[in-house]
Design a protein around this ligand. Structure first.
Ligand code: GLV
Ligand code: GLV
Length: 323
C-alpha cells in the first residue's frame, strides 16, 4: 500500500518532481497559492504518513490527531520552525525536516536591501518623485544614514546573521557587535564582538534582528529595548514578527525615539492595510520575502521534498531538525 503524503500548498515544480519520482507516495496537494483553510488541512491530513507544510500552517496536536497513527514525519519548506509545536511532535516520536542553508544568501541579500532602503529613505524618495514633492536638489532634503564608519549590531549571529554581517562589512562598517547566549568562534571572520544586549543597543547605528523565534526572543524588541537605542539608529527585522512588540515600535518611531525601521516580518501576516505602522514614513514594511528568489524557492521545495522522501523511507534526511 503506497504511503500517503499531504502537501499543504502549490509548491515549485522542483519539489513535486522529487515526490513523484520517488514513486512511493500517493500525493495529495492543496493546489492553490493561498493557504489551506484550517478545516481543509484537518481533512487533508487524515491517514497520511507525511506532511509537507509551509510556515503559514500551524502544526499542533489538533493536526497531528487529525492525521492519525500513520503520521511519521513533518517536512517544512522553511528554515523557521516556530509554526510547529515541537514538543507535541517529539512526544509522538515523529521526525522533522526543514530547509536551512539554502535560503541564507537570499535572506541576507534582502536584509541588506531593506536596511539600505530604510536608512536611505528609498520608498519615501520614490513617493516624492511621483507626487511632485521633488522641487529641486536640496542640501538638507531626504538625508538619511549611511553604513560607512558605522557600528552594526546583529541580534542572532547564526547562519543568516553571519551572512548579513559578511555582506555589510565591505560597506565600511567600523564595528560589528552581536549578542547571543555565548560567543561564536565564526564571529572572528567578521571581527564581531560579543557584547551584552544593553551595549549593543546603546552603541549600534544599525540593529539587525536575525534570531529565531523562541520563548526567549518573543517580544524581545519592546519599549525598554527601543529606549536604549540611539535616536539616529535604524532597526531592521527579517526574522519573525513576534520578536517585536509592534505597539512599542510604533511609539518609538512616531516619537523620534529611533530613526527608522525596516520590517520583512510582522504580526500578523499579512499586516492589515490600516495598521498604524503603515502610516509612518520612517517605517518600511515588506511582505515576508526574505527567501523569495526563483532559484531559492525552487531549491527549498526540492530540499523539503527530499527530506520527506528520505524520512519516510528510513534514510538520513539532508536536513533533519534535531529535536
Ligand atoms: C522564512 O521565513 C523561513 O523560515 O523559511
Ligand atoms: C550630487 O549629485 C553631487 O554632484 O554632489
Amino acid at each position: 500500500k503506497p504511503m500517503k503524503v499531504f502537501v499543504t500548498r502549490r509548491i515549485p515544480q522542483e519539489g513535486i518532481r522529487v515526490l513523484s519520482k520517488s514513486g512511493v507516495f500517493e500525493l495529495s496537494v492543496w493546489d492553490s497559492d493561498e493557504p489551506v483553510p484550517r478545516a481543509e488541512l484537518l481533512k487533508g491530513v487524515a491517514g497520511v504518513d507525511g506532511i509537507l507544510c509551509l510556515l503559514t500552517d500551524r502544526i499542533d496536536s489538533e493536526v497531528l490527531d487529525a492525521a492519525g497513527p500513520n503520521l511519521k514525519m513533518i517536512s517544512t519548506m522553511s528554515v523557521g520552525v516556530d509554526h510547529l509545536v515541537i514538543e507535541e511532535i517529539k512526544k509522538r516520536g515523529m521526525r522533522v525536516g526543514y530547509t536551512p542553508d539554502v535560503l541564507t544568501d537570499a535572506t541576507a541579500e534582502l536584509t541588506v536591501a531593506l536596511l539600505l532602503a530604510t536608512a536611505r529613505r528609498l520608498l519615501e524618495g520614490v513617493q516624492e518623485v511621483k507626487s511632485g514633492g521633488w522641487s529641486s536638489w536640496k542640501p538638507l532634503w531626504m538625508c538619511g544614514y549611511g553604513l560607512n564608519g558605522s557600528t552594526v549590531g546583529v541580534i542572532g549571529l547564526g547562519r543568516i546573521g553571519m551572512a548579513i554581517a559578511r555582506r555589510l562589512k565591505p560597506f565600511g562598517v567600523k564595528k560589528l557587535l552581536y549578542t547571543g547566549r555565548a560567543p561564536k568562534p565564526q564571529a572572528a571572520e567578521v571581527e564581531g564582538e560579543h557584547v551584552t544586549l544593553g551595549r549593543l543597543l546603546s552603541e549600534s547605528d544599525f540593529i539587525v534582528v536575525s534570531c529565531s523565534l523562541i520563548p526567549e526572543t518573543r517580544g524581545l524588541c519592546d519599549k525598554a529595548f527601543f529606549s536604549k537605542m540611539k535616536r539616529t539608529a535604524v532597526f531592521v527585522n527579517t526574522s519573525r514578527g513576534p520578536v517585536v512588540n509592534q505597539e512599542d515600535l510604533y511609539e518609538a518611531l512616531s516619537s523620534g525615539q529611533i530613526a527608522a525601521a525596516g520590517l520583512d516580518v510582522t504580526t500578523p501576516e499579512p499586516l492589515p492595510t490600516n495598521h498604524p505602522l503603515l502610516t509612518l514614513k520612517n517605517c518600511v514594511v515588506l511582505p515576508h520575502i526574505g527567501s523569495a528568489t526563483y532559484s531559492t524557492r525552487g531549491i527549498m521545495a526540492e530540499l523539503a521534498a527530499t527530506n520527506l522522501v528520505a524520512g519516510l523511507t528510513g534514510k538520513a534526511m539532508p536536513s533533519e531538525l534535531a529535536l
